[in-house]
Write a new protein. Sequence first.
Length: 239
Amino acid sequence: MTDRKAELAESLARVEGRIGAACAAAGRAREEVTLIVVTKTYPASDVRLLADLGVRHVAENRDQDAAPKAAACADLPLTWHFVGQLQTNKVRSVAGYAHIVQSVDRPKLVTALSAAARGAGRELGCLVQIALDAEAGERGSRGGAAPEQLAELADLVAAAPGLRIDGLMTVAPLAGQFAGREQAAFEQLVELSSRLRADHPGATMVSAGMSADLELAVAAGATHVRVGTAVLGARPRLG
Ligand SMILES: *Cc1c(COP(=O)(O)O)cnc(C)c1O
């Protein structure tokens, strides 16, 4: 094994241990939680090593970096998640490689994704990104729709050709009533998820929790955790 592969194997095992312990503590089966490794700022060679080590879900947040990486790794059995704020002029590119877009937060993006998915002859899974600190009608500072917009956006996705509504995603807010209360924030997301599933039974994904707070997300009921730093190491400031 190369040094880098051994390093990644070790950090993956550590994260796996954390997820396993969090599931056990919450009385959940390990299979209820999927690890998505956020590979942003790291090279395609790391994605390849991760796939070798058994990782099946990776996430990226900038199309400029993700598109060439996904192309370089097209032979690997990976599901690609897009988790960043998405401009409509990038949608055509993203629809070429992403399987799931986790950052759907406005009607215009739904329209653009639908057209791009159809153009590419692909079906895209969509998660509505919720900003728990956004006021009704506004978006969060890191993207995301206000909770009041969830039903409308989910209905739009479900009705859009080429798109599928798979669930919702959040990033723990830094401001507002949930600032510093990650577990309460994730519990609120799970509550929104049960309302969403009443109308869209297939929308079962709850994507929440990162390196620092994955245990809280698992305790709250997340089905997908997005872990970057704890697997790949600290990123340069930009990422
Ligand atoms: C970078 C990123 C993550 C991973 O964050 P870490 O703290 O490195 O685990 C998760 N979700 C989103 C949306 C991100 O942009």
